[in-house]
Design a protein around this ligand. Structure first.
Ligand code: PBG
Length: 330
């Protein structure tokens, strides 16, 4: 006679109340950082074709959107600008223009919502005529690491002056965390944090974002600075450097195909760990839901829960607003 089981894990699943009691991971709106897309103009609100439910807003509309999110309990935002082609150049000079679209809007959001946390993006691509995150050598096409640091430092400083709470270098140049920390500290911005994109992979999942900002590289790809998706140990090397250079928080990006990396980083640092649930991950769920192939809402909550379970303390996600609505309904 086969033995009947003594140990029955199903007992802990027998009712909703017990399931809730033993639930290990819970999402709250405090977990979310909501990326926002900013465009020129007035009264503009344009849905991004490959990201249903996500819009590119002119500054006035973006501020309304921040207000709606705050109502829902979302308090942290990561704005990204779409810059007119005429303002782009090799050295991304527009990125440090305090009167430019991005910095003026950052300052205005902080004026109207002093308590919200703004994480600004440091990378050249939205302002670069080459569409790269670094300075491109005109002859060789190489991405010049150390020449880029100079640009990133000025960009970060301008963002701090505009009122950024957290600087988010997403460029993957070597040494940029230390460089930016030094520029901030020597300009009386020692209170401004750095959330480093520690392990940012050269991923196909960024496609919809590049459409949204028209920021795809004009030539070549980003593999000489973003990480190879096949590598995990390399993330720990980047982590050690970012810690040594003074990062306050570290990030893994994308999230969903990199849950193992999130866990690995979580287990190897005392710093807060965040994950970026990127545009393509959002688009996948939306596309399947629109076809009726998946339950969009349940899939969204499962995706976000899995990222937190893997070890993320906070999640940058285009789902933030929709998930906050679900959480509010309870
Ligand atoms: C570039 C940047 C990218 C994203 C955020 N910052 C794209 C890239 O590296 O080409 C992607 C975010 C997303 O896909 O949601 N500095």
């Amino acid at each position: 006679m086969p033995q009947l089981p003594t140990h029955r894990p199903r007992r802990n699943r027998k009712s909703q109340i017990i399931r809730d009691m033993v639930q290990e991971t819970r999402l709250t709106t405090h977990d979310f950082i909501f990326p926002l897309f900013l465009i020129e103009g007035h009264s503009q609100q344009v849905e991004i074709h490959s990201m249903p439910g996500i819009f590119r807003f002119s500054a006035d509309k973006l501020i309304d959107e921040v207000g709606r999110c705050v109502e829902l309990g979302i308090q942290s935002f990561a704005p990204f600008p779409s810059i007119n082609d005429g303002l782009k150049d090799r050295l991304a000079r527009e990125s440090a223009n305090p009167e430019g679209l991005y910095l003026k809007t950052i300052a205005e959001i902080k004026r109207q919502f002093p308590d919200v946390v703004l994480m600004t993006d440091v990378a050249m691509d939205p302002y670069s005529s080459d569409g790269h995150d670094g300075v491109v050598d005109a002859e060789s096409g190489e991405i010049l690491n150390d020449a880029t640091l100079e640009v990133l430092g000025q960009m970060a400083l301008a963002q701090a002056r505009a009122g950024a709470d957290i600087i988010g270098p997403s460029d993957m140049m070597d040494g940029r965390v230390a460089w930016i920390r030094d520029v901030l500290d020597s300009n009386a911005f020692s209170h401004v944090s750095i959330m480093s994109y520690t392990a940012k992979y050269a991923s196909a999942f960024y496609g919809p974002f590049r459409d949204a900002l028209d920021s795809a590289p004009k030539k070549g790809d980003k593999k000489s600075y973003q990480m190879n998706p096949a590598n995990r140990r390399e993330a720990l090397r980047e982590l050690a450097l970012d810690e040594a250079e003074g990062a306050d928080m570290v990030m893994i990006k994308p999230a969903l195909s990199y849950l193992d990396v999130i866990r690995e980083v979580r287990d190897n640092t005392h710093l807060p760990v965040t994950a970026y649930n990127v545009s393509g991950e959002y688009a996948m769920v939306k596309a399947a839901a629109q076809n009726g192939w998946l339950d969009g809402e349940k899939t969204m909550m499962e995706v976000l829960t899995s990222i937190k379970r893997a070890g993320a303390d906070a999640i940058l996600t285009y789902f933030a607003k929709e998930a906050a609505e679900v959480l509010r309904r309870g």
